[in-house]
Design a protein around this ligand. Sequence first.
Ligand SMILES: C[S@@+](CC[C@H](N)C(=O)[O-])C[C@H]1O[C@@H](n2cnc3c(N)ncnc32)[C@H](O)[C@@H]1O
Length: 195
Amino acid sequence: MHIPSTLSSARKFLSSHLTKASSTVETCVVIDATIGNGHDTLFLAEQVQPNGKVYGFDIQNDAITATRSRLQAANLLPIVELYRLSHDRFDEVLPKVHLGHIQAVMFNLGYLPHGDPSIITQPSTTIAALSKMTHWLASGGIITLALYTGHPGGQEEAASVIKWATSLPAKSFQVMWQQILNRNHAPSLVVIEKK
Ligand SMILES: C[S@@+](CC[C@H](N)C(=O)[O-])C[C@H]1O[C@@H](n2cnc3c(N)ncnc32)[C@H](O)[C@@H]1O
């Protein structure tokens, strides 16, 4: 077995949880908090289809367009709703019926690959989104965060997320931080599981 990359590791956690959740709940509802080019949205849609639902958020039009066509090509657009909206405002559009029933949330922080590198996720909105999402998460549900430190602002954001995640009460959440040690600016992965 090889040590997986940050992204494959996140996907392994999500896939394992969603396979189990799909067998116990009728509609597996998940959130892609940073859709970007839609690779993760497609991954999530594949995990929860045919009965599940994916809500995706990004602040850039290009991300919405790229993700919509990726999902359309895979015939999975019907189970996906995309919003050009900052992820900390997800609760303005998500039906309240999903409160406490979100099975997974995926964050892939930083900037849109091949896009404008100055448009990046910001600690204040990332933490605001996370704080609300912990309430919307189902018992047993997980949040994964891929943290990048190679771009300006990345280190500060990673530090804020780690500080916030460290402060979650251990009686309600299990929190893990995973990092490759022998690479400069290696991305790292935070996984939060709600007990
Ligand atoms: C690293 S990319 C995501 C990659 C993506 N998951 C994929 O599979 O291609 C980060 C994305 O976060 C978006 N973003 C930045 N701030 C955001 C915010 N406040 N709410 C939602 N998305 C945001 C950026 O526009 C960018 O597209």
